[in-house]
Design a protein around this ligand. Sequence first.
Ligand SMILES: [Zn+2]
Length: 262
Amino acid sequence: MEDYPRTLLEFEERFSTEEACIEYLFKLRWPEGFRCPRCEHPAAWNMRRDLYRCVRCRFETSITAGTIFQDTRKPLHLWFRAIWHLTSQKYGANALGLQRVLDLGSYRTAWIWLHKLRRAMVRPGRDRLSGTTQVDETYIGGEKPGKRGRGAAGKALVVVMVEVKEGKIGRIRLRRVRDASAPSLEGAVKEGVETGSTIHTDGWGGYGQLSEMDYIHEVVRKEAVVGRNLLPKVNLVVCLAQAVVVRNLSRWRSTFSPGLLS
Ligand SMILES: [Zn+2]
């Protein structure tokens, strides 16, 4: 089981103190215990609560070194709260909302935080898909299929992009969208798939302009009913995804993982 909070209450209880935040970062950075970044030695003196000195080579490293929290003058639990806020907003957070939630005195500070966090949330090395890619969209989180773009309150509409290599599933990208309109779907595809790739979709009109966006677009199935009639590889991926609570947990986790703690 992954170790992150699932609800606001759990979050507040878990990360109410600096110590708790530091402990969390420590475990992400050194899941098997401290290791000196210079000589790999496993023992260190704890100098300050977030600062360690290797007992062999005396190299000093802080928990936040190389992360977006490095050199911050604000407490970590405030940063954690900002990340929680950002990852739990359905359609993205804004600076004003962040300022309010964190009780920050200045709008400008909130704006700077927002952009810093957004940059961190784009995982480095997360390349776009290429080659032949199946793209279809579905509602995740509900058991009944809904109408496209309407009538599915409480469910997340997700564009599923699946690379197909020699008949097998390659890399996968999921992207939550507001609706199944052409601008939403095109935006998702643009972020998820490299231009020049071959994209297979059903006959839904929202995909109609892909060939004008420098993709090779092939409609492999004329009918277009969301949720029930997915392209085969997408369907497989969705079956797996249904078993997972998708909403903000994966984003929460990715915020802290490799990019941030490299
Ligand atoms: Zn060392």
